[in-house]
Design a protein. Sequence first.
Length: 361
Amino acid sequence: MRTWLRSWIAACVTCLPLVAPPPAARAAQPDERPVVRLVATGGTIANRTGSRLTAAELTASVPALDGRIVVEAEQFSNVASGALTRDDWLRLARRVNRTLAARDDLAGVVVTSGTDTLEETAYFLNLTVRSERPVVVVGAMRPPGTVGYDGAANLRQGLRVAAEPAARGRGVLVVLNNEINAARDVSKTHAQRLHAFTAGSRGLVGVVDRDRVLFYRRPLHRHTRWTEFDLAGVERLPRVDILMTYLDAPGDLVRAAVEAGAEGLVVAAAGAGSTTEDQRVAIGEALDRGRPVVITTRTGGGRILPRRPRPDPDAAPNDPRYSPLRIEAEDLTPIKARILLMLALTRTRDGAEIQRMFQQY
C-alpha cells in the first residue's frame, strides 16, 4: 500500500503546472526607450489665453507616443519670442551644451520657440551646440485653445525626430507641419499659415510620416560640433545691426547705427548687392572706422558673389567695394548673416577670416 501511495503522489507532482516566481524575484528589465529633453522657452506654442503652458503641460498635451519615448521637461523661460535677448541665446546654448555633455543617455534635445524668431534661434544653436546628437526646434503658428492648434502635433513630431538615430550629425533641425528643415536654410515665409516655414530651392531635409522619420539629405555647411564657435569665454555677443536698401535710402541710418554702438553691420541690399549712393558713402565711412559690413540680398534668394578684382587703385582708392572689411554673405539671409557676424566677431576682426567663415557656414 505504501509503495502504491508513493507512486501516486509522485505522478501527481509531475503533473502540476509550473508556477512563475513572484514579481519581486524577477530580474528588472532595462528601459531601452530613448530619452529626449524638452527645453521650453515660450512663444505661441505655449501662449494660451490668460497664461502660458509650462514645459510639463506641453509634454502632457502631446498625443500618445505609444510608450516609445521618455520625455524630460525643463522650463528655460516662458516669454514671447520677441522678448528673448542675445544674453538669453548665450544662456540657452550653454544650457543645451551642458545637458548633452552631462547626459550620455540622452538621444537628443527639443527646444520650443516662438515662430517669429524661431529661425534665428535655430541657426544660433546650429553654430554653437557642440554635439552631433540632434537638437530640434519646434513651435506653433496657432495658440492653444484655438481651432487647429498645431503645437501638440509639431511637438510630437519634434520629439520623434530628436529620438531618431538617423538624425544625428545633421545639425540643428526645425520641425513643423510634418516637415524637417535645416536651421541654416529655413525661413518663415508666411505670417499666418501653418505651412509658414520653408527652405526655398534648397528643399527639405526630411519628413515625419506616420510610420517613420524619413531623411532625404544632409546639410553640407559646417555646423554644431564641427564649428569653431566656443562660447566658454564669451560674456556677451557684439551688437550687429541690419539696414535695408530701398529707393533713395539715406546713409544717415548707417552712421546712426555706428554711433549707437554697432560693432558690425548687415545690409539687406537690392538685387545682387546694390545700395544707394548715399548708403555707399556711409558704408565706406563705417569700414574706415573698422566696422565690418556684410552685404546680403533682400530678395530672399541667390548669392552675393565675390567681388571683382580691383581696378586701377588710383582710379578708386576709397571705393568701399574693395575694403577688406566688406564681406559678401553668400546666400545667407540678412537675419542669419547678423548671427554669423556676431559670432565671427567673438573670434576675429580680420576681414579675410570673416569672409572665410561666411563661405563655410
